[in-house]
Design a protein around this ligand. Sequence first.
Ligand code: BGC
Ligand code: ZN
Length: 387
Amino acid sequence: MKAIRVKQLRQGNPTIQLEDVKNPMISGPQEVIVKVLAVGLDGTDKEILQEKYGVPPEGEDDLTTGHESLGVVTEAGAESGFQLGDLVTAIVRRPCRNQSCVNCRNGHSDFCQTGEFVERGIKGAHGFLSEFYKEEGRYLVQVPKELLKHGVLVEPQSIVEKVWDQVLRVQQRLIWEPRTALILGSGPLGLLAAMTCRLLGLEAYVWSKSPQDSLQAQLVKDSGGVFKEAGADSSSAATMTAYAEGLGKPIDLILECTGYSPLAFEAMSVLAPNGVLALLGVTPADRKLEISSDMLNQSMVLENKCVIGSVNASRKDFETAIYRLQQMEKQFPGWLDRLVTNRMTLEDVPKLDFNNIPIKAVVDIVPVEQWNDLVKQMNEVVYSFSV
Ligand code: BGC
Ligand code: ZN
């Protein structure tokens, strides 16, 4: 089968190639073979494909990338919990083997505390940018057929759901009636976060370096949010403070989705008393910053502010993501379609220029026109088996 491989990652001189690799084969009753329909690309893939990130499986030099997947079950082990024709996406992270990791030992690998976890397509395990993959049923999440078109967005939305769940848990410390959210960045994550805030009944303000007449801006406005272009001085975090203060209202929640660390620190000072600042983005850099540490410390302490980091997501977050994406499509039909700005084939990936992707790229392993028939066919097979 065909797969996108980042070759020779360990040698430090990697290349990206479309390769012929062995088809996966079921080796236990819990396992499932999935035929991949599509894989979404995000900033992590960009970093891996630009050779800054990514770890191949133990004993190998190459890594199949891709972690945002949608596929159809084509073989299902008797104890997998899945059936032929099921539409599925996969959880990204696998628990570490360290017995002392209480989170991995209890089904919370998204809170792994040893760092020895494995992530498919990212760290220590092949991903999904291939025609098929094999997985244990417990790491798959069933996607309803109604979400066929947007199922590839379940993984990125799961990141938003995890952070919202964390925020709610933290805020059980008080009576919290949030009204206003500020989202920093308008990549796929920022846009999904803004839309989610709107669905949750929050006012959503998006601060971004994208222009005021961009598709990003339009998508924010169409979700009922407010878009603000950072302007020429977009690298100056101080202009964000001026914007936030100019709103003249307390900002209860800030979701930092740019990964630009100076902005993360700046955000602490614009957060309302009792507010939460959630950090979701990273960029591989080594910036040093001079901050008003006393002032920040004082406002964090005296106003009960909270900063949390959030990465990855659990099965529950994937399930909420499915619900939320359906809600988005129902209340804002077509909005999710517009988020996916680039569709391509596996053959296009090695020559892909990430700088030419306005918002989100999806790799169609099976052409979209064939998805419906394929899923229907697979389900007819299941039906004829069961009579
Ligand atoms: C993925 C997460 C993953 C993180 C760090 C993100 O792009 O969505 O599942 O944990 O990268 O590797
Ligand atoms: Zn662990």
